[in-house]
Design a protein around this ligand. Sequence first.
Ligand code: GRF
Length: 212
Amino acid sequence: MKKLVVLISGSGTNLQSILDACASGRIHGRVAAVFSNKASAYGLTRAQQAGVPTLSLAASNFADREAFDRQLIAEIDAYAPDLVVLAGYMRILSSAFVARYHDRLLNIHPSLLPKYPGLHTHRQALENGDTEHGTSVHFVTDELDGGPVILQARVPVLAGDSEEAITGRVQQQEHVIYPQVINWFIEGRLVMRDGKAWLDGKPLPPQGCDRA
Ligand code: GRF
C-alpha cells in the first residue's frame, strides 16, 4: 500500500479528512507518519488517535532552516513515503527540501491561485470585495505557493461574511478536494512533468481542473 507522510502546524482538519479518506478507502494508501514544527498542533492528537506515529521538531533547536530541513528529511525518509503532503504546514521550505521531494510534494493553499499567495488570504478576499474565493491544491516548487495548480474549488463570498464564515466555507471544500487529488497521485493518474501537472496523460491548464 502506498505511503503518505503529512506535515502540519495547526489544527489538522485537512489531516483529519486525509485520515478519514484512507480509512474509508477513498484514498488507496495510508498515512505512515505525521510531522509538525509545533508541538502544540492539535493535528498531532488527531494522528495519535488514528494510531499514526508523530514527531514534532522545534526550529529553536536548529542553527538554521537548512539544518532543520536536513533533520526533517532524515525523519521523513525513514518512512520511505510515496508522497509528502503539506496540510497547513506554516514554515518556509528550504530549496534542498523542495528538491528532495519535488515531484511528490503537494500543498493546499486557501485562495484561487495565482491570486493571494502567502498569508491572510480570506481577509484579503473580503477586504477587496471579491464575490468569489476558494482554495487550490498544487505541486510545490521553490516559488512560494507558485507550483502548478492541480485542482481548485470555488466558494461564493456572501454579503456580511466574516473571516470565520468564509474560512469555514473554504475548508469544507478543502476536505473534499485534497483527498481526491491525493488519491489521483497515489493511483498514478497525476504526475508533475516539465514543470506542469498532468492528469490522465494530459497537461492541466494553469488553473488546474475546476470543481465548482
Ligand atoms: C488550510 O486552510 C490550508 O489551506 C492552509 O492552512 C489551513 C490548515 O488548516 N494551508 P487545518 O490545520 O488543516 O485545519
